[in-house]
Design a protein around this ligand. Structure first.
Ligand SMILES: *Cc1c(COP(=O)(O)O)cnc(C)c1O
Length: 353
């Protein structure tokens, strides 16, 4: 605590990211990174970008990248906003669209950055409890609000919501923005991006960090009505004109254009998710159904914090959330390669013996 801090800094509770390590003997299954690495075309684009042009500022509007995203999703570049990771896109979204007189609504168990942004910007929010089976009940959102946001599939539960349910929400919620965070959509959910042509209040966010295996590059984007994008642009240009460097812009284009690589690697992860779920159940763990590249699991008797610590001793890192209380009995495990999943299972078998 310093007397030099501004008032708001004293009151912040920052987001707490999972442990990052590059140690080779660690099985890192804690931050939902993709074990297969990005498209080889990304490396070519990066190599091609290493020249004198780095003395110049990048295109502040990321025009070529926005065009590539627009082609990929069948929208116009005016419907696309890009940022330094989708976390930055989300931050601008809270600032530009979700600070209203009524509270923004999101699930009580969800991406823990949402309340952090609310506190940073002073936005009001209300947490809506997930149902008995950790599902999002759309009817619970039919109330006065200054915006609605949730991931689909939700994190850290992995549960997906049908497009028809999201459309039902959009039909009744027309006076405030609905943000669907599709960080994990490529692992088994249907995207609602096509609905942006029908619902001007819908904003959909994506990231290259998970399915495109580019967490280290920091690129995310949002798709929505040009009016929503214009609001995001105003905030971005009042904060940082150049959020994406030259290398990030060209590497992101290469990644987005390699659809085969995306499909092949996501397909492998989905297959491993099924195998991992079965192996965990065989060890006596309860596994929530997942549409994402992670599973949320619980042992009927063993304490989750303790399990997570024992796994860490064996160089397997998973994620445990202490709060809210309903999530505390679970650990979240990222789906790695089959070899990594086998190491996790072997470690768990020893711990549970
Ligand atoms: C990982 C994640 C993000 C952030 O992605 P970045 O692009 O790496 O900032 C956003 N939302 C959810 C739900 C996530 O899990």
């Amino acid at each position: 605590m310093s007397c030099f801090w501004s008032d708001i800094v004293h009151r912040l509770t920052p987001y707490f990211p999972g442990e990052q390590t590059e140690s080779a003997d660690v099985v890192k299954l804690n931050t939902n990174e993709n074990p297969y690495g990005p498209s080889p075309r990304v490396f070519d684009a990066l190599r091609a970008g290493i020249d004198d042009s780095l003395r110049l500022y990048p295109d502040p509007a990321s025009t070529r990248l926005r065009e590539a995203i627009a082609r990929r999703h069948d929208v116009t570049p005016t419907q696309v906003f890009v940022g330094n990771g989708s976390d930055e896109v989300l931050a601008h979204t809270f600032r530009a669209l979700l600070m209203q007189s009524a509270p923004v609504l999101f699930p009580d168990i969800t991406y823990s950055f949402y309340p952090v942004y609310c506190k940073l910007f002073g936005a009001k929010y209300k947490e809506i409890p997930l149902g008995e089976a950790f599902q999002i009940d759309v009817d619970a959102y039919f109330q006065d609000n200054g915006g609605i946001i949730f991931p689909n599939p939700n994190a850290p539960t992995g549960r997906g919501l049908a497009v028809s349910e999201i459309e039902r929400l959009l039909k009744s919620n027309t006076e405030s923005v609905v943000v669907i965070d599709e960080a994990y959509v490529d692992f088994g959910c249907q995207s609602v991006v096509p609905l942006v042509h029908v619902y001007p209040q819908l904003l959909v966010t994506h990231t290259l960090s998970k399915s495109h295996a580019l967490a280290g590059l920091r690129v995310g984007y949002a798709i929505g009505h040009p009016d929503l994008v214009a609001a995001l642009d105003r905030v971005k240009n009042s904060f940082n004109s150049y959020p994406l460097d030259r290398l990030a812009q060209s590497a992101a284009i290469a990644a987005i254009e390699d659809r085969e690589h995306l499909q092949a690697t996501c397909g492998k992860i989905v297959a491993s998710r099924t195998a991992l779920g079965t192996a965990l159940q065989d060890l006596g763990l309860e596994v929530l159904p997942s549409d994402a590249n992670f599973v949320l699991v619980r042992h009927p008797e063993r304490d989750a914090a303790e399990l997570s610590a024992r796994l860490r001793e064996r160089n397997v890192i998973v994620r445990h959330f202490r709060k809210p209380p309903r999530i505390a009995p679970f650990i979240r495990v990222t789906v790695g390669t089959d070899a990594q999943c086998e190491e996790l299972i072997a470690a768990l078998r020893k711990i549970l013996k």
